[in-house]
Design a protein around this ligand. Sequence first.
Ligand SMILES: NC(=O)c1ccc[n+]([C@@H]2O[C@H](COP(=O)([O-])OP(=O)(O)OC[C@H]3O[C@@H](n4cnc5c(N)ncnc54)[C@H](OP(=O)(O)O)[C@@H]3O)[C@@H](O)[C@H]2O)c1
Length: 129
Amino acid sequence: MELGSILQFLDNKTILVTGATGYLAKIFVEKILRVQPNVKKFYLLLRAADAKSGTERLRDEVIGKDLFRVLREKHGAGLHSFISEKVTPVPGDISHEDLGVKDSSLKDEMWREIDVMLNFAATTNFDER
Ligand SMILES: NC(=O)c1ccc[n+]([C@@H]2O[C@H](COP(=O)([O-])OP(=O)(O)OC[C@H]3O[C@@H](n4cnc5c(N)ncnc54)[C@H](OP(=O)(O)O)[C@@H]3O)[C@@H](O)[C@H]2O)c1
């Protein structure tokens, strides 16, 4: 598949990404926001007790990372509003029903809006039981 047709496909699409604090998910999200800024929205599912700690994890463990430096340079002072428009952190857990999303209006919105889902959530410890 050509990059051009992938970018065209992602235009105005809403994407759910699980495991958003993980290695691969971060690389995916940064790349799409950089090369296809016309993506409609990302819902980033991450493990967090509530919306506030979900937002903090998004800031500290995803957007704040050096990986997002090019995007930061591109948008400058506008990065915050770009991210607010394009990225919604979603506290959840894929091992729970409805992905552990407790906010019912957010859940309804997601179920209505999402076009594409990518699951990157996984236990990658090699010494789990
Ligand atoms: N990295 C590679 O080179 C590579 C290559 C081929 C395939 N893969 C596969 O791709 C997947 C992701 O790999 P990765 O390297 O990105 O892993 P990673 O850095 O360990 O990230 C895993 C992510 O999953 C989240 N997670 C774990 N359990 C969860 C749950 N129950 N609900 C919601 N989120 C949960 C973790 O969240 P917390 O931060 O809350 O722990 C973390 O954000 C894995 O299946 C891996 O085997 C990876």
